[in-house]
Design a protein around this ligand. Structure first.
Ligand SMILES: *[C@@H]1O[C@H](CO)[C@@H](O)[C@H](O)[C@H]1NC(C)=O
Ligand SMILES: *[C@@H]1O[C@H](CO)[C@@H](O)[C@H](O)[C@H]1NC(C)=O
Ligand SMILES: *[C@@H]1O[C@H](CO)[C@@H](O)[C@H](O)[C@H]1NC(C)=O
Length: 177
């Protein structure tokens, strides 16, 4: 019992010592008759908390949504790192079948109205989204990363929009008290 309490205490302390925050965001639409970004911006609310707000207007219902996900790690520029996969978002939202997407979605599902099955149309919102290491719950090497999501709406073979989010993950053990 005591062992378990100490274990929990240490985990909480480690979480406090992790800096996990957004550093940049870029949203781009390749078909402005379908998607327009009204907002795509970071806001620093404190030294350790940076929030992401996004607002996309989607003018036609998207019945099919495919996402190409790539993770990059910074080392003399961003280099592809570990993850390169295609997700059927309409299938994911119903079945949560993809373990990597489950991690990504778990980080922002509390902050978005994109929480229902397809189709998506109208304002797609992400508001007040900040990164929580306790939700990520993964050992991650310290570094700067970019998660690039390329969205294909409908049956189009060319991308409709990109959302590229950069973040840093720093395990700062010296900070733990
Ligand atoms: C943009 O999206 C609209 C609505 O789905 C579609 O009719 C049009 O063909 C698309 N344009 C391009 C260049 O893909
Ligand atoms: C998103 O953008 C639309 C169009 O400009 C606007 O009407 C709506 O209020 C915005 N929503 C939020 C939450 O910012
Ligand atoms: C989906 O998001 C909306 C807006 O944030 C919220 O009102 C609603 O309760 C959410 N639905 C589910 C099933 O989480």
């Amino acid at each position: 019992m005591l062992g378990a309490s100490i274990g929990i205490f240490i985990i909480l302390n480690l979480n406090n010592a992790i800096v996990f925050r957004f550093t940049n965001v870029v949203c781009e639409s390749y078909n402005k008759s379908w998607v327009i970004w009204q907002n795509c911006r970071l806001k620093a609310v404190s030294r350790s908390k940076v929030i992401l707000n996004m607002n996309a207007s989607v003018f036609y219902p998207a019945n099919s949504v495919k996402i190409h996900i790539k993770l990059f790690k910074k080392a003399n520029g961003f280099k592809p790192w570990l993850m390169d996969r295609n997700i059927d978002a309409c299938r994911f939202i119903k079945s949560r079948h993809d373990p990597i997407m489950r991690i990504i979605y778990g980080l922002f599902e509390d902050f978005t109205n994109v929480n229902h099955s397809c189709p998506y149309v109208g304002s797609q919102i992400v508001e007040g989204f900040y990164l929580r290491p306790e939700i990520l719950n993964l050992p991650f090497p310290t570094g700067d990363y970019m998660l690039a999501l390329r969205w294909y709406l409908g049956m189009s073979a060319s991308p409709t929009t990109d959302t590229n989010v950069s973040f840093s993950f720093v395990e700062d053990l010296l900070k733990s008290t």
